[in-house]
Design a protein around this ligand. Structure first.
Ligand SMILES: [Zn+2]
Ligand SMILES: [Zn+2]
Length: 249
């Protein structure tokens, strides 16, 4: 499990890093969220902490796989075991509960004494890149990693939906730390902008510390008045350009 997670992290992060930060396509300049040059030295430390995270993630993930194999969880293999509509609903329920858990544990991790102990490492990356996605203190990694292995004992989910969920979870974690706005620019307005967390949204969390704690949805941030977003995806030159356009909702 450790090897799978490590290879996946190194592969996905290095491909995205090469595509976005080494090749630096001209057409994507408008999507760039910060100037990374001054923080290249952080990458080594981000990879070190991410490899620790892969080791920590492997424990609950391995336990979950073992329990599924032994038939001790609510994971089911035959799609027809529940009504067809339960398939998308179960995915949404898992995403929403995961998001809720992440939001509140993330708020807790920002309490000053807790922050210094367990969350400081992730925020050493003020300008995130694909290497930042798993850069956590091992305690934070464990807090993050236990929720899905707990949920599979309580809420029924098809094995295929679980695989999709785990893929999406990893994908959004990496995507939100690319340092580029990767979604269609039309998503900067309307339904997606209002409800879905984008790299721009999470980048603001790394810059401002006290807003945008969510993982997938902006629901809890908006409800708890911790949501900050900008209207257009401009590169963060220092803090100036982008933060002068921010909008609190
Ligand atoms: Zn944070
Ligand atoms: Zn982050």
């Amino acid at each position: 499990m450790f090897l799978v997670l490590t290879i996946r992290y190194l592969l996905v992060s290095s491909i995205l890093y090469w595509l976005l930060w080494v090749r630096r396509p001209q057409s994507w300049e408008i999507r760039r969220l910060h100037d990374m040059d001054e923080r290249k030295s952080k990458i080594k430390s981000e990879i070190k902490w991410s490899l620790w995270s892969c080791l920590v993630f492997a424990i609950p993930s391995g336990f979950m796989m073992e329990m599924i194999a032994l038939g001790k969880t609510k994971v089911y293999f035959n799609l027809t075991e529940y009504d067809w509509w339960y398939v998308p609903i179960s995915l949404f329920v898992y995403l929403f509960i995961h998001d809720t858990y992440f939001y509140w544990t993330h708020r807790w991790l920002h309490l000053p004494p807790i922050y210094r102990l367990f969350h400081k490492i992730h925020h050493e990356s003020i300008n995130p890149t694909p290497w930042t996605s798993f850069s956590f203190d091992p305690v934070e990694s464990m807090i993050t990693a236990i929720i899905i292995p707990i949920m599979v004992f309580i809420i029924p989910i098809n094995i295929g939906v679980l695989a999709i969920l785990l893929t999406l979870m990893t994908m959004f974690g990496v995507v939100n730390h690319t340092g580029y706005e990767v979604y269609p620019l039309s998503w900067m307005h309307g339904f997606w902008q209002e409800n879905w967390i984008t790299p721009t949204h999470h980048n603001l969390h790394h810059h401002k510390f006290n807003c945008n704690y969510g993982l997938y949805f902006r629901f809890w941030d908006r409800l708890m008045n911790t949501d900050v977003m900008i209207e257009t995806p401009f590169m963060m030159q220092g803090d100036s350009g982008v933060l002068s356009q921010e909008r609190t909702s």
